[in-house]
Design a protein around this ligand. Structure first.
Ligand code: F6R
Length: 612
């Protein structure tokens, strides 16, 4: 959600900034812009619409110079127009600012500035920042930024340049991520390390209330009192190819296909045959503390929330530990009684989701140990949790989360094994789980073989206005996730339910035009789910079944009753979410394509939701 990239060095800034913004496109935006500096002249170029619109404009009016800042905006204050796009200049044209976040007291500050005669050109909260910095500018840009920030209430990740400060970028962060990239005689400032891929692997993550100052030759991080901070330089281990589409038409499809490898990476070095359990390097909680835990709260948003629901089934079954799953957006404002021995686990791909971060901070404030299952290394949630486990899924660029979901489920399965082995699971049971887990990347690879079948099924149902997704037990959260995938990228209305819940109301929706996607489990509840399927068939509803390739008899029953069947490899019940998610992701993908939707950048959505 919004993206920032700044560059100061010896190369032309414009191509670096435009290319970097393209890498941030996946976050969602509705306008883009940049400003560069030559001598004491600022070259401002911005456009509502896509980065391609900005690039076309830059062809007519290039922005020269080796020093500049750029931005993709996702509208919060004022519509997506050229004038509301960032960068914003102060009225005197001295200072240029790009900003992520929300300034809560901007209206009062704007009124005050207007009363003092300052004119505004946009509806944005950001323009207030540019005006305030210009107000306090009496030579030193860093000091002016610091004084302006002291007046703001809200969140910001920002980059500032000034006509009178050649070769200088000032950055600041409070609640919105910023990362500094260190190159040879060149430095970068970005809201997301993805923008730095291919330029540098050395980065510094800024903390809240820190400022940074970049010149071609030097960089430094300052605290809110302008004292120099000893910053920690991290190494990015992303491959430049990771953020490209490769041979795939869309990032989403590439990421669906990356799942077997992502699962292998999630498990690499974490399964121990010697003691038949899982090991995690970064939990930072001693085994006694984990052994004493009487309850876990798993919290997250969207897809990560669905992974948490799978985690609830897993941890309760294998560790016999009570688990509650909470939407982070609700949990942050609730005041539930939480007993002493409760561990709160935040689940997040980006590590920057505002609601999940707030839930984590609230839990810490109440004194609970916190863990994070997170994909983006060095992200805010990863840094603020007491400990955690990285997903190692690699960059997820498509807005619709796919490989992060499977990696989250895999890590939760290993966590269930680890907590289970501390409690009730025997070493034989542990060893069996390890064997089964090791087989799962291959099973997911085989599940991808359903691609052609799914594409054909998508053609039959792409015109439907409503879909139902139904599953039970481990497959209930997968039904929710399948429905979310379909609605977010194809804009078809889809609802997920526990299959048996249908008869308590939703079955009224069933008719010949409303397909139901049924997730058929193997094992003891197979017959129950087949009865639920009959209830839909009896009302004329078309059924698309996702079933295990199990024995001939059950497969025959499904083939007999469902209109279309997608078979996935037969894996133990607790691993079925990983196999069953694949056809649902592909179904959403193909239906979205057939409906002419922008799969990687669905309307109204952003990859990382850093506002409340
Ligand atoms: C759906 C999707 C979102 C995210 C949610 C949480 O495909 O991507 O629902 O899962 O915004 O994001 P993270 O996991 O980054 O906290």
């Amino acid at each position: 959600m919004c993206g920032i990239l700044g560059y100061v060095g010896h190369k032309e800034a414009e191509p670096i900034l435009v290319e970097g913004l393209r890498r941030l496109e996946y976050r969602g935006y509705d306008s883009a812009g940049l400003v560069t500096l030559t001598g004491s002249k600022l070259h401002l170029r911005k456009r509502a619409g896509r980065i391609a619109d900005l690039a076309a404009y830059l062809k007519e009016r290039p922005a020269p110079g080796c020093h500049g800042i750029s931005h993709t905006r996702w509208a919060t204050h004022g519509p997506a127009t050229d004038s509301n796009a960032h960068p914003h200049l102060s009225a005197d044209g001295e200072v240029a600012v790009v900003h992520n976040g929300v300034i809560e007291n901007y209206a009062a500050l704007k009124r005050q500035l207007q009363e003092e005669g300052v004119t505004f050109r946009s509806d944005t909260d950001t323009e207030v920042i540019a005006q305030l910095i210009a107000r306090h500018r009496d030579g030193d840009l860093v000091e002016a930024v610091r004084k302006a920030l002291a007046l703001l209430k809200g969140t910001y990740g920002l980059a500032v340049i000034s006509r009178r400060a050649p070769d200088l970028i000032v950055g600041a962060r409070l609640g919105s991520p910023l990362v500094l990239g260190i190159g040879e005689e060149e430095h970068f400032l970005a809201s997301d390390p993805a923008a730095l891929i291919g330029h540098t692997e050395k980065v510094v993550y800024l903390h809240d209330r820190e400022l940074c100052v970049l010149t071609p030759a030097d960089w430094r991080v300052l605290d809110a009192d302008s004292m120099r901070v000893e910053a920690c330089v991290h190494q990015l281990d992303w491959d430049p190819g990771d953020a490209d589409k490769g041979a795939f038409e869309h990032h989403m499809l590439k990421e669906i296909y990356e799942q077997p490898e992502a699962l292998e990476n999630a498990m690499r070095g974490r399964l121990s045959d010697a003691d038949a359990t899982a090991h995690f390097g970064g939990l930072n909680l001693d085994p006694q503390q984990l052994r004493r835990a009487e309850r876990l709260i798993l919290t997250g948003c969207g897809t990560s929330y669905h992974a948490a629901l799978v985690g609830e089934y897993l941890i309760e079954e294998f560790a016999r530990l009570p688990v509650e799953v909470e939407y982070a957006s609700e949990f942050r404002y609730r005041n539930p009684p939480i007993d002493r021995n409760t561990i709160v686990i935040a689940i997040t791909q980006s590590g920057e989701t505002a609601d999940t971060l707030a839930a984590l901070r609230e839990s810490k404030r109440k004194g609970h140990p916190t863990l994070a299952l997170c994909n983006v290394v060095g992200s805010t949630i990863a840094r603020e949790a007491d400990g955690g486990v990285y997903l190692r899924a690699g960059p997820e660029v498509g807005v619709a989360s796919t490989k992060a979901f499977s990696s989250q489920v895999a890590v939760l399965t290993m966590l269930a094994l680890y907590l289970g082995r501390m409690r009730h699971l025997s070493s034989l049971q542990g060893a069996q789980m390890i064997r089964e887990l090791r087989g799962i990347p291959e099973a997911v690879r085989q599940a991808l073989d359903c691609h052609d079948a799914v594409r054909a099924i998508a053609r039959r149902y792409a015109g439907a206005r409503n879909f139902l997704y139904l599953g039970r037990q481990y497959l209930f959260p997968v039904a929710l996730e399948g429905a979310l995938k379909l609605k977010e990228i194809s804009y078809a209305h889809a609802e997920g339910y526990p299959a048996a819940e249908m008869k308590h109301g939703p079955i009224a929706l069933v008719d010949e035009q409303t397909p139901s996607v049924f997730l058929i489990p193997r094992g003891p509840i197979f017959d129950k789910v087949m009865s639920n399927l009959e209830e839909i068939k009896a009302r004329g509803g078309p059924v698309i079944a996702v079933a295990s390739e199990g024995d001939g008899e059950t497969a025959g029953q499904v083939l007999d009753r469902a209109d279309d069947v997608i078979f996935v490899p037969d894996v133990p019940e607790y691993l079925q979410p990983l196999a069953a998610a694949v056809p649902l992701q592909l179904l959403a993908y193909h239906i979205a394509l057939l409906r002419d939707c922008d799969v990687d950048k669905p309307r109204n959505l952003a990859k990382s939701v850093t506002v409340e």
